[in-house]
Design a protein around this ligand. Structure first.
Ligand code: PMP
Length: 403
């Protein structure tokens, strides 16, 4: 079988590949201390499950409108009003099988061959391949740790061309946990206002897993003059521990939302009616689960940051949101392992952690962040503490760096 060029241009997600490797090692009987997981380790809240069961029993088991049930759309509109003071209407909301699908379809709806999408690095692994799969060209802009891994106006401006269709802003970000402040979004907005042909895709999937004061700022709310050029994406996967329910949404200009809905009508007709009922209950129901789980994540974040900072060869910044830590391992590169192997790069370092101490992490290059690795703290404090002790042992086993 010959596959289409768009498939040959992309590769399976490195995080999916890492999860597969962990599964293989576990099936060989090894105990793996797994810090690769990109989903909450909590169960979906009981009232959300109950809403899904009620939907099944009430016969809500048929196709819905392409853009979701009225109850779900109302819950999404209310959530965006509550969280950010944003005012969306029915025609400006779209829903899909996860934020991933919604982002993909927004790109399908807008990219022609050679159109450019600005992606700040470190980035979520899927963005560049999603752009390539839709015939576009990813324009990756490196955002160093010294800038908090965030895009600045100085770096944004030269990346914009006549072919730029989108700038992607993931805030709080995977894999960094960095989030843009209101002032930083305003500064980026000033540049974007000079380029009316550019739209902004804000991926806010981690917005409620938030450790700082107030709410994580959202570009559409910070700069209302940009609101008709912002496509805000989010979902219930992370906030409500609902990754398997596959329900995400987008909010933005009606022409774009209509285009996404048209594609959706030919792709899946609508997301699962049962997942929609569950998502409406999650967004519209009591939010205690969110508050409680964020406090658990916060404690894990603080423990992990402290333990990593105690390891001489590693450094990290404290995330403002999400459940990931991007750890700088540049000081370990170039050292020798006890078997005489010289650590070449971050991928090699991640392999050393797995081989010598059975700790699984994802190398930073997968996220456009060479010299780093990603830890997920969506796992128990016991696993985190044991894994950090093992990472410390793996680092201590390395030779002095050659001068
Ligand atoms: N954006 C980011 C930054 C993510 O990390 C993920 C999940 N890994 C998604 C989007 C997709 O989430 P969903 O489950 O809603 O498709």
């Amino acid at each position: 079988m010959t596959t289409a060029a768009r498939v040959r241009r992309i590769s399976p997600s490195p995080s999916v590949a890492a999860a597969q490797r962990v599964r293989e090692l576990k099936s060989q009987g090894l105990t793996i201390h797994d810090l690769t997981v990109g989903e909450p380790d909590f169960d979906t809240p009981a009232h959300v499950k109950a809403a899904a069961i009620r939907a099944i029993e009430a016969g809500e088991t048929k196709y819905t409108s392409v853009n979701g049930t009225p109850a779900l759309r109302a819950a999404i509109i209310e959530k965006l009003r509550r969280r950010h003071g944003l005012e969306y209407t029915d025609g400006t909301i779209t829903v899909g099988g996860g934020a991933k699908q919604v982002i993909f379809l927004a790109l399908t709806a807008t990219l022609d061959e050679g159109d450019e999408v600005v992606i700040p690095a470190p980035y979520w692994v899927s963005y560049p391949d999603m752009v390539r799969a839709n015939d576009g060209t990813p324009v990756v802009v490196d955002c160093p740790e010294s800038d908090g891994f965030k895009l600045t106006p100085e770096r944004l401006r030269p990346a914009l061309t006549d072919r730029t269709r989108w700038v992607v802003l993931n805030t709080p970000g995977n894999p960094t946990g960095s989030a843009y402040t209101t002032a930083e979004l305003r500064a980026l907005a000033a540049v974007l206002l000079e380029h009316p042909h550019v739209r902004v895709l804000t991926d806010e999937i981690y917005d409620e897993i938030w450790y700082d004061d107030g709410a994580s700022p959202s570009l559409a709310a910070v700069e209302p003059r940009l609101a008709d050029r912002v496509f805000l994406t989010n979902g219930v996967s992370k906030t409500y521990a609902m990754t398997g329910w596959r329900l995400g949404y987008g909010a933005g200009p009606a022409d774009l939302v209509t285009a996404v809905n048209t594609l959706q009508s030919q792709i899946s007709s609508c997301p699962s009616s049962i997942s929609q009922a569950a998502a409406a209950a999650a967004l519209g129901g009591p939010q205690d689960f969110v508050r409680e789980s964020v406090e658990v994540y916060r404690a894990r974040r603080d423990t992990t940051v402290k333990l990593i900072r105690e390891i001489p060869q590693l450094t990290c910044t404290t995330p403002s949101g999400g459940f990931y830590l991007l750890v700088n391992c540049r000081a370990a590169v170039g050292r020798l392992t006890p078997t005489g192997h010289r650590i070449q790069d971050d991928e090699d370092f991640a392999r050393h952690l797995l081989d010598s101490e059975q700790v699984a992490v994802i190398h930073g290059s997968a996220y456009g962040a060479p010299g780093y690795f990603r830890i997920s703290f969506a796992t128990s404090t016991e696993v985190l503490t044991e894994a950090c002790a093992r990472i410390a042992a793996a680092c201590a086993a390395l030779s002095e760096r050659p001068s």
